[in-house]
Design a protein around this ligand. Sequence first.
Ligand code: SF4
Length: 494
Amino acid sequence: MADGSDGPKEACGVFGVRDPQQPAAHLTYLGLFALQHRGQESAGIAVSDGDKIMIDKDMGLVATIFDEHRLQALPGTLAIGHTRYATTGASAWRNAQPVARHAGDVFFALGHNGNLVNTIELAVGHPDADADSDSDVVAALVADALLADAIATAAGKTAANKAAAGDIGSTGHDAGVAEKPGNGDLIAALTSVLPRLQGAYSFVVMDETRLIGARDPNGFRPLFLGRCETGGWVLASETPALDVVSAKVVREIDPGEMVVIDDDGVHSIQFAEPARKALCSFEFVYIARPDGKLAGVGVHAARRRMGRALARQSPVDADMVMPIPDSSIPGAQGYAAESGIEYGDGLIKNRYIGRTFIAPNQQLRENAVRIKFNAIEDNVAGKKLVVVEDSIVRATTLRSTMKLLRDAGAAEIHLRVLSAPYRWSCFYGLDTSDRSKLVAATMSVEQIREHLGADSLAYLELDEMLTAISPEPGGFCTACMTGDYPVPVPGLVV
Ligand code: SF4
């Protein structure tokens, strides 16, 4: 999303590691650092030393929250971590993850990437759950299931004891006394709760000894399993987070699958039948890092193919092809290669910008754009430019960026977009739920062109975009471009 703070906000990043040879908190720090682009509001790490779980989480970027001192205070060889952008729930410390719960003597922690569409329904009857946070509601449901499992197990033991007492005719046995509830089984609790969740979820979960990963039956959000050189196991939202801890990709977690990692290795449980495959196509357009792979497809190469397809579909006579950095760079390279027009840089992005600040008025908003981007006047003055952008969501920052190029002397600006118009809200993990703010939901392409001040505007056709991602048809969510929601959203009229 190169159109700045008013584009889609990233979903979340999750990471987990279980490696008896290595300090888990340090590895998780590296993994979260590699997943920082998926969420910059808060980050957290839960770690187990085999006996107890400790959690440290805070608002801010991974590198500003954790230093060596804080990581040293998290000893253990099993950990999960999370980077968050708020999709449901406010941007507040209480919503930072991992979330954690006690149920009897069982303590577990959980990190979530995605967004559920039935949170309100799930929260009914759970007054202690924060209905603003789908992740907290899931943790509450799992805790309840653990208690129910513990009670059922105790009742089963009581019945068995009664039967045993009857069998041997003993009167000295305390078979008539109810067993005190013990501890529920976390795997059984997850297996009962996960099928009730509707929407998008890739979870990392842990108790004191096990690392668990689970992915929704549609596979909206990615989740990878990797193996460390030392023999340990890693779970991560994207493959660059495996690379950074020198882990090799083993495979993706399948839709509807849960993996449990313990001393004996990886155990797979299919907790739900896979549903219609619906990997988020925007992972390829904008969300995922270009140095990673999803569904066996290299993200950088997919973006280049989108650029090539766009050049064939919407050619233009121009002097230079330039990206709006960073995520549009491979697409602009593809457009340049296909069209034969020189590739160049027209904008420099400040590498040190974190979250763009919320500016209270138009003048300050324009200044905010200049903090993020500045034009290279020598490269754009007097030139006919093809400006490649990955997507247009809210468009206000993009409008200011167009003005920046005009002010630097661009003769013509031909805006080319690597995805189809973003017309519908995402309810599966991107923060675009207010449809009235989506520029393509309220304006025609011609109106958007005029609004942005471009000389021409073209979006890549959806079919071309999907073919550029993968030659195999189907398997992707495209709801934000088509209104075809793979999991129905309660109350939404399409
Ligand atoms: S609606 Fe769009 S952004 Fe959301 S999951 Fe589907 S393709 Fe991705």
